[in-house]
Every structure is written in C-alpha cells, then in structure tokens.
Design a binder for this molecule. Sequence first.
Ligand code: GLP
Length: 240
Amino acid sequence: MNVIITKGYDEMSSTAFEVMKEVVTRNPSAVLGLATGTTPLGLYERMARDHRENGTSYREIRTVNLDEYEGLDITSDQSYVRFMHEKLFRYIDIDPKNTNIENGKARDAARECARYNALLEDMRQDIQVLGIGSNGHIAFNEPGTPFETETHVVDLAESTIRDNSRLFARPEDVPRRAYTMGPKNIMNAKKILILASGANKAKAVLGLVEGEVTEQLPASILQRHPDCTLVCDEAAASLL
Ligand code: GLP
C-alpha cells in the first residue's frame, strides 16, 4: 500500500485530486467509483473547480457509487443519491444517465443487489474512492463481513448509526439498513484511493495499514490490493 501523509484536510484533498485528475485525463471515459461521507468533500470541490476553471470534462465518464440507505431516494436530503448530486454532479458536465447507485427504495432487495452486481461486472472501476468508518468499515461493510461478499443489504453497526447521526435531524432518523457494494466488488477496482482525516480515524487507519488482514476490520483487505493509495492527514496517521 502506498501511504501519503499530509499536514491536514486541505492537503489530503489536493493530493487526492491529483490522483483523480490523472485518471480522468488519461481516460476521459473512465469508470469512477465514488464514495459519500464528509471525507471526500474537499476532493469533490476540487473536481468541480477544475471543471469550471480548466474545462476538464466528465461527458464520457461513468460513475458507480458504493452504497445507499435502504428506504431513501432522491427526495430525501440524507440519501446518498442526493448527496452526489448536491456535492458533485450538479457542478460538472456528467450525463446523469452515466451515474449509478443502488436504489434504496427497490421493492425487491435481492433483485436490486443482482442488478447492481451485473452492472459492476460490466463497469469495472478505473479508480475507487473510499473513506473509512471509525470501526474500519469501507462503504457499509461492517466488521465481520466475509471478504467474498458482493452487493448486499446490511444491518448497520450501532457505532455507524451513531457516527452518521450527525447528518440527520434526530438519531432515530438514521436508517438501520443499507445497500452496499461488498468487499469483492471494491477489490475488483483497478485502483483504490482511500482517504482518512481526523484523530477518530487513527485506530482504523492503523488496522488498515499495519494490522492483520481480518474480516473484523474490513478495510484491512486493501493490503491485498495491487494498486492502493491511502492519503491521510497527520491526525489520522498518528498511530502509524
Ligand atoms: C459512511 C459511508 C462510508 C464512509 C464512512 C465515513 O458510513 N457509508 O462510505 O466512508 O461513513 O464517513 P466520513 O467520511 O463522513 O467520516
């Protein structure tokens, strides 16, 4: 794993942007695997600014997102489909038809997972952006998820519900379940870019980089990926 430690959040975001820009410039029809959460916001701001100021085009780019809360869709402020629109897609020239995410309101969950797996088979990510949960989860793959798992519906860990409740009006509004790509879909990406910022991620980052590869810390599987870059700030790297 290539580990880049930056001073703070801004430098983390600029470094991540350089990696992303290289992928998009080299292949203007690349498949970008995207993540939600607060960590990639600085990266998305830089992508939007670069599009505005330098004309970098996303017209032929396709995207696949990691995860979505069960029961939420574009009409909900907290849905991830809405997040991607508000934080990135509305600022760049991407064709909405080329953006993909699980449908949180699908009537048949098993069918929705099969649909997403088939789509991912056809659209191998040229780069997959990831954040990391304080418990070491990637996407919504909680500790204990078998590494061979593909897209599935998960019961969220209590710690994840707590961490994510800051984005909801009331903690009881946080959905208890979510759709997520599995570790197997994530590992299929040609390149992984994982970002971490802040002291609350330090323990998870330690496990990611130096810990045993174990399903108890889902991010640790990335040690087996041939092209994985971690960009993290000093606070997140403080236990390395
Ligand atoms: C959520 C998302 C993850 C994200 C994690 C960390 O649970 N499903 O994809 O990486 O939270 O979020 P944040 O970047 O806000 O710390």
